[in-house]
Write a protein that binds this ligand. Structure first.
Ligand SMILES: Cc1ncc(COP(=O)(O)O)c(C=O)c1O
Length: 601
């Protein structure tokens, strides 16, 4: 008999529990999944789970209302017996949801008592439940464990064979040593410290800065004033005009600066859009599976409904119109009010670039089904097979389809975080509205005003992204050289990583057509799956955690992005620096070989 409790937050791989109120009263949102493992005795708490906190050993979170349990027996079969059957407790693993609202004395009176005990008005029990529902895998358990290992590595005798964590969990190029584009930083530094631009400093300045960087900083400051002042909430007009010019040159169709919103990275624009679309809790947003968790997390936050559609892994993660058609009709049959379709192109985590024909079909689908298209195009310059899979913007494809689609509603997002720029920390981006009702645009402006303005340095970075040095200007050669070197290196690394993954037993990986990630599928041995279950981890998470502990490489398990049931994946960026790339791949190979050997069926 053992009284060690183990709490696991998150979903169990083999279990999908429907939260059902046991007594039909006082139903509260179920917020946590807890696993207790045998050997275990519940003899002291057999009377009622509703108030069992009276007998709980210290360390266990108190809770007041137990809902429905599910039990997994030792063969991993799922039973949905009532947990009132006390006989099973010592023999079976079981899981149940409980409410976070609790009472120390077991009276079940909930947060009132908790509040009195802790003295806090705001407790984990009474915050916005939608916030608690949010999951964000790229900053999830693996990343948290990686952070704590990095502290352990600072200690004199660390147990690890590696010297540092390699953060492949997030597309954050400069974290892994990518250098910023010189011209961008030169201009920004001058806008931050305009004293350098004074006439009396000019002779010194020209020895340090190229003249086009000086001129650009001056132009920006003439249009901005001080970077320390709030700007227009929609973004500095001069920069929006440059964005519109960039879009016109890219697509060959007009763009209106008044329909461009500069944002704090693409994320905040996506969030503003999702917020404004969510009229009621039954609004459905179609998102790909696998998807970038910004979408699932924001949909949870705004209390909308995710409507999933699967990408086709067998055909390079392509998007099949039949899949989105069946997904929307299923959702609508279930009473979901589907309003928007999210397309990530090039894809994250899947790296696919959509072919033109497919994009036309998607536009046609949205037009027919009266669905707004949200086009996440942050990886538009990260394309590695440009001859066969070039990037096309949805705006261009839409406009090429003629007048029948002139009222089509599209929102397109872009960012300074990706491409060859990788200025993730400067937080800049924009979205362009196409065909969106003017009154809705006004509301978006109001929402943007609540934040006052996007940060001004991020806006300047957007200006530099859309208006880089041109041929014949002093900084052009260096700019071109830097961009090309990063691009070519990313392309080589994308291929190297796919080759490395494809050499691993049980792993298949498609070549990334775009973005910054490989998303291999991994067929795990039964023995490994069982070991994961015993450790109360999802199998892909178990694999990724083991990789982290053995190599220091932090990747993200596929379950954080969504994957077909019964399949396992992980996502890794190919951002580690090229000099270290072979070593990085060797480390993964060695780990994988030994891990698979250990768990071979
Ligand atoms: C598909 C996608 N959209 C949006 C973002 C957010 O980027 P930003 O840094 O511009 O907020 C990311 C970041 O990784 C992404 O992968």
């Amino acid at each position: 008999m053992q009284n060690s409790y183990k709490k696991v937050a998150g979903k169990h791989p083999f279990l999908n529990i429907t939260a059902t109120n046991n007594n039909g009263k006082n139903s509260k949102r179920l917020s946590k999944l807890v696993t207790y493992s045998p050997p275990y005795s519940f003899s002291s708490i057999s009377a009622s789970f509703t108030h069992f906190s009276r007998q709980r050993p210290s360390g266990l979170l108190p809770f007041s209302s137990i809902y429905k349990s599910s039990i997994i027996d030792n063969n991993n079969n799922i039973n949905t017996n009532s947990i009132k059957n006390t006989n099973i407790y010592s023999r079976f693993r079981f899981m149940f949801y409980y409410t976070a609202s609790s009472s120390e004395d077991g009276s079940g009176n909930g947060s009132g008592k908790e509040e009195r005990k802790s003295g806090k008005i705001l407790t984990i029990d009474n915050i916005n439940p939608h916030v608690k529902k949010v999951e964000y895998a790229v900053r999830g358990e693996l990343a948290i464990r990686a952070d704590s290992i990095s502290y352990e590595l600072l200690e004199p005798c660390s147990k690890y064979t590696f010297k540092k964590i390699v953060h492949c969990n997030i597309g954050n190029p400069q974290q892994l040593g990518q250098k910023p584009i010189t011209f961008f930083r030169q201009v920004v530094s001058l806008t931050q410290y305009p004293y350098l631009l004074l006439p009396e400093n000019r002779s010194k300045l020209v020895t340090l800065y190229p003249t086009d960087a000086i001129e650009r900083a001056q132009t920006l400051l003439e249009n901005i004033g001080s970077v320390g002042a709030y700007s227009h909430s929609q973004g500095i007009q001069h920069i929006r005009k440059n964005v519109a010019k960039f879009i016109e040159e890219r697509d060959g169709y007009p763009s209106d600066p008044n329909l461009i919103f500069l944002t704090q990275g693409a994320s905040s624009g996506v969030q503003n859009m999702l917020q404004i679309i969510t009229e009621h809790p039954n609004v459905g947003i179609m998102i790909p599976i696998p998807q970038y968790p910004l979408y699932s997390a924001s949909i949870s936050l705004y209390n909308a409904r995710p409507v999933h559609y699967y990408l086709n892994e067998e055909q390079d993660w392509s998007l099949d119109i039949r899949e989105i058609t069946s997904s929307v009709s299923k959702a609508r049959k279930n009473g979901i009010d589907v309003r928007a379709l999210v397309i990530i192109n090039p894809g994250n985590p899947t790296g696919q670039c959509l072919p033109l024909e497919n994009m036309r079909d998607i536009i046609d689908f949205c037009h027919r089904e009266r669905i707004i298209l949200l086009a996440d195009e942050v990886y538009q310059t990260n394309i590695y097979q440009p001859e066969t899979r070039p990037f096309h913007s949805f705006k261009k494809v839409l406009r090429s389809m003629g007048d029948a689609y002139k009222n089509f509603e599209l929102v397109s997002f872009h960012s300074i975080s990706k491409g060859m720029i990788g200025e993730c920390g400067q937080r800049g981006g924009y979205f362009e509205l196409t065909g969106i009702d003017a009154k809705v645009a006004e509301q978006l402006y109001k929402v943007a005003s609540v934040d006052l303005c996007p940060n001004v340095i991020g806006q300047i970075m957007v200006d530099l992204m859309v208006n880089p040095p041109k041929l014949g200007e002093p900084s052009y050669e260096q700019y071109k050289k830097e961009i090309t070197a990063i691009y070519e290196s990313l392309r080589r690394r994308s291929q190297k990583l796919a080759v490395c993954f494809n050499e691993l037993e049980g792993v298949t990986c498609t070549n990334a057509q775009g973005s910054m990630y490989c998303f291999p599928t991994i067929r795990l041995p039964e023995k490994l799956i069982k070991a994961a279950l015993t450790a109360e981890k999802q199998p892909d998470e178990f694999y990724c955690l083991a990789m982290l502990e053995a190599t220091g490489v932090c990747v993200v398990p596929g379950n954080g992005f969504g994957q077909k049931p019964g399949t396992w994946h992980f996502r890794s960026t190919f951002l580690p620096s090229e000099e270290l790339f072979d070593e990085f791949c060797d480390g993964i190979r060695k780990f994988h070989r030994e891990f698979f050997e250990k768990y071979r069926d």
